[in-house]
Structures are given as C-alpha cells and as structure tokens.
Design a protein around this ligand. Structure first.
Ligand code: SF4
Length: 419
C-alpha cells in the first residue's frame, strides 16, 4: 500500500530580506505573485496527471518566504487545484507559515475558509532589540494581535517559531521570550539555534568580526532551559527543536506518547504531522520555486528563481516529462540508493526524542536490523553516552534507539556516523 503522502508548497516572496536568512526568497517581487500562483496551479495539475496511481494526501505545508503575502483567494485557488489533483484525507493537516504583521482578521477568516487549519508564525523573539537585530519587520504587539485574530478566525492549532543563540542575547532575554510565548498558549513551539550561513549578511559580518559570534555554551544553556521550562508548562518535547501540547489538557502528554506506536503521532497530540512525514522519511511532493521533494524513489528540487519557474510552467511540452514526480520546473533529481535511504532515515528519525528509531520499523523498511547495518557505530555511540537503546513500550520484543540528552546537544556528531 502506498503510504499517505504530504505536499510542500514554496512561496518565495518576502517584503524584506532578513540579514540572517538563506532561504530561497526574494524581496520586492510581489508583482509576480498572480503569475506565480498560476504557475503553481499548472505544476499541481501536471503532477496530478502524471501520477501512476491516485495519491492520498494527509498534510500540506505552505512555506516560504512569507506565504501570508498571498491573498485568501490565492490560497483558495491553490487548494482547489490540489483537491482536484489528489485525494485528500478529511482530517488533513493544512498549514501555512505566516509573519506577524502581515495578517488581518479578515484575511485569516479567508484562510480558514480556504481550508487552512494550522498556522506557523515566525515570531523569533519577544525582545524588540533582538527583532531589530534580526531585521524582522514585526514587533511583539503584532504577534499578540496575530494570535488573537487567529483564535477569532477559528484556528485551534498554532505554532510559534523562535530562534535562540543570537549575538548579544542573554539567558534572561531568552527566558522572557519563552515566558511571553507560553502566555499566548500556542499548541506548538519550535526553537532553533541561529546558524550563521555563508552568503548571508550575518555570515559576512561574522567572518569580518563585525558580529559577535553567539557563544555555543550559552546557546546550550538556552536549549536546556527551554527543555525544562516548556516541560513544566505541559509541552511535550517530541523532536530536537519542537514541542507540542496534548489536545487533552487534563492528561500528561508524556503518558499519551507512551501508549502510541512510535511511528504514528498520537491523535491527541499537536505534534506537526507534516514535519513528522519528513522525520519519518515518508514521501512528500514539492511545488514552487526551489521546493524540494521526495517521492517514487527520487529526491528532487525545482529551479530557484521565480521568473524561470513561471516561464518553465507556462511554456512546456507535456510529453517531454513523464517520470513521476518530476515536473518542468525540476532541475535536480537523484534516484535514491538503499544506502542513501538508510542514511536519510537515520538522520531524520533520530531527531525524534521519544519515538527515535524503532528496530522493527527499520527491519520492515530495509530487511535488516539496525545493529546488522551499523554494528560498530551503534556500539560506540551507546558507549559514549550519545545514544540509548530501550525496549519498545509498544512492541515489547523490539528495540528503540534514541539520542540521549547529551546526544541531543551533540546531534551532528551522531548523525555524521550514519552518513
Ligand atoms: S521573513 Fe523569514 S523567509 Fe523572509 S527573509 Fe525574513 S527570515 Fe527569511
């Protein structure tokens, strides 16, 4: 049986390009949004026709960039094209990223009507100085307003994204940010450490010594504080950088997770089902400029530039492209070997704090046990206290491998052993 599939849609428009950002996004090109939406619809229709069998969709994610620069009508057009091309689960999770300050109550109501049922806001910090330093256009009042209006519009599944380890950030400002975020009562919180990417102004300023480099020890203290604080507020730490609430407030989420399969998010948790698709190395289709996908044995990605993407989707000969899920916009494609799939599986699944890697799932995918494939690596990582092996609480006969607390702080040292 084909596993349920996910869809990622990239919206590469931003009002301003923030100095730390290396995403595929462009400022001052909003005039191209109508043509871009048409190109997206063309790509969706094309892939829908190319698929060798009907495809069941259980999550969609509009990421960016700033998807909230699209109107509710434009979201609706894309959603209609998706529903016409694929079979949607009635309980599909349909998320969009949005920037606080770019949404109104009316616009949010329109998104809800278009079928969007989860919003992920790029908050980053509650501290004005830190937001200014990141060159973000919003302030914390915009965040409060966006959350309040989202609730009024009927959204009961919100994520707030944060960044820590910022230059000159203190443990105290981070604590204040977390406290303010929790007061807003989001269902889900993501917290990622700042990375200084090459090719960004932050990367260049840092290389020239113009930007104080974030202290890794302080960033580790911030991460550990987030783990303790969010747990005390009822958020389950289910992935290295992600926390979610339980839908049943009366019950501790940790207990809920214990009673579920390691592969399926418990229906009572607000864990992001779309991202779990990535972390479980399950298939997702990609639409839009620079979007990356994984399906039918391919990892593939689309052309980066907006103009080229629009051109490719308006002037193609359908007969020239027939290998699903590649489209006229695809510029990179790689047929995965078993070894590629195993490496990706390890790196993705180890990010899951509770679920980790189930040996029975590994065997069902690859025909061998984890220790048969990586005997030395697993033994050494366990010896070094970076990995732990427990008997599965669901499948009593199977083992589950997880990062230890120390392993979570030194994740890259673990992942590199499986590449
Ligand atoms: S708003 Fe987000 S996607 Fe756009 S430039 Fe800033 S960080 Fe990047």
């Amino acid at each position: 049986m084909t596993p349920d599939t996910s869809i990622y849609i990239h919206i590469p428009f931003c009002k301003h390009r923030c100095a730390y950002c290396d995403f595929n996004t462009y400022a001052n090109q909003e005039d191209s949004i109508p043509a871009y939406v048409n190109a997206l619809i063309n790509e969706i229709e094309f892939i829908g026709k190319q698929s060798p069998q009907p495809i069941n969709i259980h999550t969609v994610f509009f990421g960016g960039g700033t998807p909230s620069l699209l109107s509710a009508h434009q979201f609706d057009s894309v959603m209609r094209a998706l529903r016409a091309a694929f079979i949607f689960s009635p309980t599909a999770e349909i998320s969009t990223e949005a920037n606080p300050g770019t949404v109104t109550l009316e616009n949010l109501r329109g998104l809800r009507e278009a079928g969007i049922n989860r919003i992920s806001y790029g908050v980053q910090s509650a501290n004005m100085e830190e937001l200014r330093m990141l060159e973000r256009a919003h302030n914390f009042f915009d965040v409060i307003e966006a959350v309040t209006n989202s609730r009024k519009a009927g959204f009961d599944n919100l994520n707030l994204d944060l960044i820590y380890g910022l230059p000159e950030q203190t443990l105290q400002t981070w604590k204040t940010t977390l406290a303010r975020i929790v007061e807003l009562n989001p269902e889900h919180i993501s917290a990622y450490a700042l990375t200084l990417e090459h090719g960004t102004p932050f990367g260049r300023w840092s290389a020239k010594g113009l930007l104080p480099i974030p202290d890794p020890d302080l960033a580790a203290d911030m991460y550990e504080y987030a783990e303790e604080f969010l747990a005390s507020k009822g958020y389950m730490h289910y992935e290295i950088s992600n926390w979610a609430k339980n839908k049943d407030e009366g019950k501790r989420m940790k207990d809920e997770f214990k009673n579920t399969s390691s592969l399926i998010p418990h229906p009572s948790s607000f864990a992001c089902r779309h991202n779990l698709q990535y972390w479980h190395s399950l298939p997702y289709l990609a639409f839009g400029a620079g979007a990356h996908g994984y399906a039918n044995g391919y990892r593939y990605s689309n052309v980066l530039r907006i103009k080229t993407y629009i051109e490719r989707l308006s002037t193609f000969q359908p007969s020239t492209f027939n290998d699903f899920p590649l489209s006229p916009a695809t510029v990179n494609q790689h047929k995965q070997s078993v070894e590629d799939d195993i490496s990706d599986y390890m790196i993705n699944n180890l990010r899951l704090i509770e679920a980790g890697i189930s040996d029975s799932d590994f065997k069902s995918r690859f025909g061998r046990g984890l220790r048969d494939v990586f005997p030395q690596e697993v033994e050494e990582l366990i010896r070094d206290g970076l990995l732990e092996c427990k008997t599965s609480e669901v499948l009593k006969t199977s083992e589950v491998y997880r990062l230890t607390k120390r392993g979570r702080l030194l994740g890259n040292q673990v992942f590199v052993r499986f590449v």
